[in-house]
Design a protein around this ligand. Structure first.
Ligand SMILES: *[C@@H]1O[C@H](CO)[C@@H](O)[C@H](O)[C@H]1NC(C)=O
Length: 294
């Protein structure tokens, strides 16, 4: 702009006019490029552009995401009422975006899928349920009267209860306190492919080899705690905090931030290993797109 002003003060012969014109075009083109950069609509993860696809909106805090990768169906719960803690489980077909609530479970809150058999389990404020996607019916399986806090399936059903946050296992209709973690509270809990348990409680994020009693502190928890934990298709552990999604680096015992988010509520990976996350109102998929850059 400055250069154009200088030119305008000189007597205008044909040459300067042409030059001024050219400079104007240059400035406009440059402005266009900058504008495009500012309005980048995707997300860059590990230097790869990802499209942001909103799968379902107008939800209140979608939480505790779990995916059946055999059908690419996402399970989660959401808050039904802001005033009193009333929750409901729901399912979302990640191929067709078909959505329905799961009404058989009272206060459906936590969901998990057995990766081997693809059976779906749901915990609510009145015990544990097994869910049948074909009929959209849930069958009560145990722990009547117990408020289920978190739930995870690997060989056996693990669950923690509210308000004690103690961790139990459930099999053949019997519950028992999980001995490896009998001295601690458990908020989020998973076991990876190498039988390393990862869990959070009010103190921090820990790892602990299954069958042992020694926990390793990964990280003190940020102010708003952990909001989700999941495994990707390859068994890598990921954690969701309010400010984004982090990948656990077991070799270095640290977390790497993958995606920066505002008010994230949960994370899971679909059958193609795309990140599915929840924020305060929506469920979103991040899909790599090699043809685009920001
Ligand atoms: C969280 O777990 C660690 C490791 O087991 C334990 O030392 C700590 O006391 C626990 N915190 C709470 C609040 O239970």
């Amino acid at each position: 702009m400055f250069i154009i002003l200088v030119f305008q003060r000189l007597p205008l012969d044909a040459f300067t006019m042409e030059l001024t014109f050219l400079l104007c075009i240059l400035v406009i083109v440059q402005a266009g490029v900058i504008k495009e950069k500012e309005s980048c609509e995707g997300v860059i993860i590990n230097e790869i552009y990802h499209d942001v696809e909103v799968l379902k909106s107008e939800l209140d805090r979608p939480y505790l995401l779990a995916i059946d990768r055999s059908t690419n169906t996402l399970y989660f719960s959401f808050s039904e009422s802001k005033e009193d803690d009333v929750f409901k489980s729901a399912r979302l077909d990640l191929n067709t975006k078909q959505y329905s609530t799961i009404d058989d479970v009272s206060n459906g809150f936590a969901q998990t899928v057995d990766e081997k058999t693809h059976e779906v389990y749901i915990g609510g404020n009145d015990g544990l349920y097994k869910y049948d996607p074909a009929s959209n019916k849930a069958e009560f399986i145990g722990e009547r009267g117990t408020d289920i806090w978190t739930i995870f399936y690997k060989d056996v059903l693990y669950y923690s209860v509210f308000p004690s946050q103690f961790l139990y296992t459930f099999s053949n209709g019997e519950s028992s306190r999980f001995p490896d973690l009998q001295d601690t509270k458990v908020d989020h809990f998973i076991i990876d492919n190498e039988n390393i348990m990862f869990f959070t409680n009010a103190t921090g994020l820990y790892s602990q080899e299954k069958g042992t009693n020694t926990a390793t502190l990964y990280q003190d928890l940020p102010e708003n705690g952990a909001r989700g934990m999941t495994l990707d298709v390859n068994g890598n552990v990921h954690v969701c905090y309010q400010d984004g999604i982090f990948r656990v680096d077991k070799e270095e015992s640290k977390l790497d931030k993958l995606v920066e988010l505002d008010d994230a509520f949960g994370v899971a990976f679909d059958k193609d290993n795309n990140i599915i996350y929840a924020d305060a109102t929506s469920v979103v998929r991040l899909k790599p797109n090699k043809n685009k850059t920001c």
